[in-house]
Design a protein around this ligand. Structure first.
Ligand SMILES: [Zn+2]
Length: 233
């Protein structure tokens, strides 16, 4: 009798322990799957009456930005990120009644980033310079933002490896760009190339290079994201 009681007690204890372990296991698994999918805002610069930079052949920056941004969205979604675009066509973000449309446009982009609780934002732009020989993509981050800096470095390296092997540019800090200054999450601006360089413009107009650039930015970002994740864990 004594042994049976003891065995019953032990069995009970074992059951309790097992139940506990199983429920801990469950909640752990729940936590793993319930981890919120981070929202990435992909921001195609300019739009509407604001064409952005204009190439020597008349290429408008806003259109190249949109093409690369849409492709970047697809790549990021395929990697499991939730993507919110600031625009998916030529519709600008400024109010027609706004006295300073450019300011209003940028303000609304930042408001969108905040309203969707974005974890990261990636703005796509094209550059221009007085010297037509200058070329090559460059990634900018907000001065003092450690996360922005690491993300910019990873994307710059992705571009060098996957899209623009001759690119010797280094990701760069900036303290005045409106988007970098006002976005409420780690953000970068990717200047994918120079529309003042006819050869680079020609490349940027092709679907093949737009795709390559989008995949390179995506790969760089994903590398950054997973490295940051490991540090967190
Ligand atoms: Zn621009």
């Amino acid at each position: 009798m004594k042994i049976t009681k003891k065995m019953e007690w032990l069995l009970g204890l074992a059951t309790l322990l097992l139940t506990g372990l199983v429920s801990i296991g469950y909640s752990y698994a729940e936590n793993q799957t319930a981890a919120p999918c981070p929202v990435v805002v992909v921001d195609a610069g300019h739009g509407g009456k604001d064409p952005g930079k204009i190439g020597t052949d008349g290429t408008e920056e806003k259109e190249i930005n949109l093409q690369i941004a849409l492709r970047l969205r697809d790549c990021l979604e395929a990697e499991g990120f939730k993507v919110v675009m600031t625009r998916t066509d030529d519709t600008p973000l400024y109010d027609d009644a706004a006295s300073n449309k450019q300011r209003d446009d940028l303000k609304n982009r930042c408001a969108l980033i905040e309203s969707v609780h974005a974890a990261f934002s990636i703005s796509i732009h094209q550059n221009s310079y007085s010297d037509p020989d200058v070329h090559g993509a460059q990634v900018f981050y907000y001065q003092g933002s450690e996360a922005g800096q690491t993300m910019a470095a990873a994307i710059q390296s992705g571009i060098r490896q996957m899209a623009d092997p001759g690119n010797t540019r280094i990701h760069k800090a900036n303290s005045s760009y409106y988007m970098l200054k006002n976005a409420k999450c780690p953000s970068v601006i990717v200047e994918c190339g120079f529309l003042s360089n006819p050869e680079e413009t020609k490349k940027l107009r092709t679907q093949a290079y737009q795709q390559q650039m989008a995949e390179a930015i995506c790969a760089g970002f994903v590398n950054y994201y997973h490295a940051a994740d490991e540090v967190d864990a």
